[in-house]
Every structure is written in C-alpha cells, then in structure tokens.
Write a protein that binds this ligand. Sequence first.
Ligand code: GLV
Ligand code: MN
Ligand code: MN
Length: 430
Amino acid sequence: MSAPPAIPNLQIEPQRLWDSLMETAKIGATSKGGIKRLTLSDEDKRVRDWFRDACEALGCTIGIDEVGNMFATRAGRLDLPPICIGSHLDTQPSGGKFDGVLGVLAGLEVLRTLHAGDYQTNAPIMLVNWTNEEGSRFSPAMLASGVFAGVFTSEYAFTREDREGRRFGDELDRIGYRGGEKAGAREIGAMFELHIEQGPILEAEGKMIGVVTGVQGIRWFEVTVTGQDAHTGATPMRLRKNALLGAARIVEAVDAIALAHAPNAVGTVGLLENRPNSRNVVPGEVFFCVDFRHPDDAVLERMETDFRAALLRILEPLKLAFEEKRIWNSPAVKFAPELIECVEAGARKCGYASRRMVSGAGHDAAYIARIAPTTMVFVPCAGGLSHNELESTSFEECGAGAQVLLEAVLEYDKRFADEPNRAADGRRRH
Ligand code: GLV
Ligand code: MN
Ligand code: MN
C-alpha cells in the first residue's frame, strides 16, 4: 500500500483574514471599538448576508436550517460526512470583535486558502455559523447548536422570548433566516472550532495555541424576588419588603458560593431588573439571572444546593417571596482525543508553543461533541478580556489560529487518503 500523500504546504493569508474581521466589525460597530450584533437583529441579518455572499463566491453550497444555522459546504473527493469548522457571528450587547467571529472568519479563510490552492480535501469541509451562541438576547446560550445536537426541540427554540417579549421564531422569520432544513438532519463527521481563549492563561504563559480538552459545566437560574412597592419617605424601615435588598444579598451569596468552591468555581449575577426602578419607591420586585460554572458537575451540584439554601436563608427574614427556576444545565464536556492530537500536530508543524486547557466559556462545540468527535483551538486575547468592547486579539494571533485550524483539519482529513473514490450511490461511511 502506498504511503498517504504528505499534507500540502498551504498558507492562510493573515491580511485577508484581518480585512474580513475589520470589514464585518463595521456591522453593529460600537463607539468604543466593539460590536453590538444581537441574535436575529438587523445587524445579524446583514452579517449573515455578507457571510452567505462570501461563501457563495467560493462555489460553496449554502444550507440554512429551521433555527437559522448556516452551512457552507466545499465538496471533497469523497462522499463523507463533512469536517465542520466555524463558530458564531452574534455578539454580546457590548461585545468585542473576536468572540465567535474569529472562528467563522478563520473558517472562511481556510476555505479561501483551499480554493486559492485548488486543493481538494478527501472529506467535504463545512463552515458553520451557529445561531444564538451568546444567549444574551434569547436564553440559553448555544441554543441552535443545541437544537442541532438534539438537546432542545426546535419548538423550544422558536418560543424563547427576549426581554421585550419578541419570540425567536418570529425574529427568524423577520430577518428571513428560517431555513427549510430540519436542524440536525445533516451529518457532521468531526468539528474543529477556533475561538479566542477569553481568559488570561495563554497570554500569561506566552503560548500561542490552546488545545482545548473540554468545556466546564454551566448552570443558569432565573429568580424573581417579590416584596412590596412603598413610599421611601413615609415607610419605616421595619415595615419594608425591599426586594432589591434581598436581591443584593443574594448577589453577595452567589459570589461567596463561588469563592467557597475555589479555585475553579465561578458565580455571577449579570442581569438584574429592579421594579419599578423609581428613586422614591422601595423596590417591590426584582428579576435576576445567576450563572454558575465549574469543570466538575458534582461540584456544580453542591453549588446549586448552596444557592437554594441561600435563597431561603436570606429572603424569608426579609419577608420576601421568591420564584426560582434552573433554566439551563450544560454539563461538563470532554473533547475527542483523536482531534485534540490533530490540533497539537498542527501547532507543532507551525512551531507554536501550545498547552492543553479546559474552556471557561460555553461554546457550540460543547453540544456538537454529543453527536460528532469535536475539539477547539484557542488563541490568546489581551489581558484575558472578553465580553467587552475592548477585547483584543492581534493580527499575528488571528493568523496563527487560522493556520493551526487549517493544519488540524488537513491532519484529520489525512485518515481518508487511502479510501478509493466510491460510486455516487449515496452510500456513506459512518
Ligand atoms: C457564552 O459566551 C458563554 O460562555 O456564556
Ligand atoms: Mn463565543
Ligand atoms: Mn461570548
């Protein structure tokens, strides 16, 4: 048997990648240099149109599923389930230029490089823009990759509402991105997602590439604390039912619970609505969201128990009622060893220092790992800052990530090199 052909020396064009990052960053640009491109907003539609045009220009076949996930496929030599790359183009309300966007546009750069080099992979390569990764406008995060992977039903996604009561399904229709294809109907052979680290480790250690071995567990809760609206001047302290006071003490408790499970636990209240939010009304109702994360689901379970106990302990003495609901549980994920090795081989080939790490952030890859071998590639971001308009990953780091992504994909694709072309009879290898 002949040796498989060596991987060609294809080089991505960092300037072309950077230009795409900066061009699309204008869609939803904020005054501080970030992006506000909420899921299914007009800006999301504009960047989706841009993405579709760019992929069509490479001769890719475009597919859109019922929850708006976009797939651009470049045919391979063989009729195999595709090797998937990509991430998300939606952002936080005060998002940066790289979270998610880098993974999609570096994927586009991989396709452009293959196209320019006229190189045919063995397996097809499929670039994906997953809908609503951020979970900022519509909770939870990773919603549409979750539908794709069978974690949520499409009906669940369609009926998710933003804080103004607009539904995900209606907003999909409004921007024209509800596709005809059933989510999850198409196969994925493997998935590599490039992303910025969103934390400080790579920068601190002077390493260019993070080889991601998994994603920590995440649990989200929604809480409504109910007291009584009352006059701030005329209501004695002893008669008050101050919902904001109760919520403030819970915010403190969430922080304490995370610190009690140091060093790996984190806990945050990032969204809080105070009602009626008038300067001379004792607040009668507060709605807030809690985000707990830990790499070990057993510890996360203990944090949840501590949280429930804190709600009772703190709110009852303040004469406050509450409703609490866990709205999301994304268990810790372990990525596929054979893909992790491809990323390490890619980093080695490029001469970049790398280290293995667990992702602190949630990613679509976490759900896709349930249905296909999956891993991620991380590159540093300045000061570990993310979900911030000042988020910054350099020209060199973006280029390095894209090149390692390309190398990892080609390394994985090598395993199909010896497979003979098959008759196009629709049969597929699983
Ligand atoms: C997604 O950005 C998350 O980790 O919450
Ligand atoms: Mn992201
Ligand atoms: Mn994010």
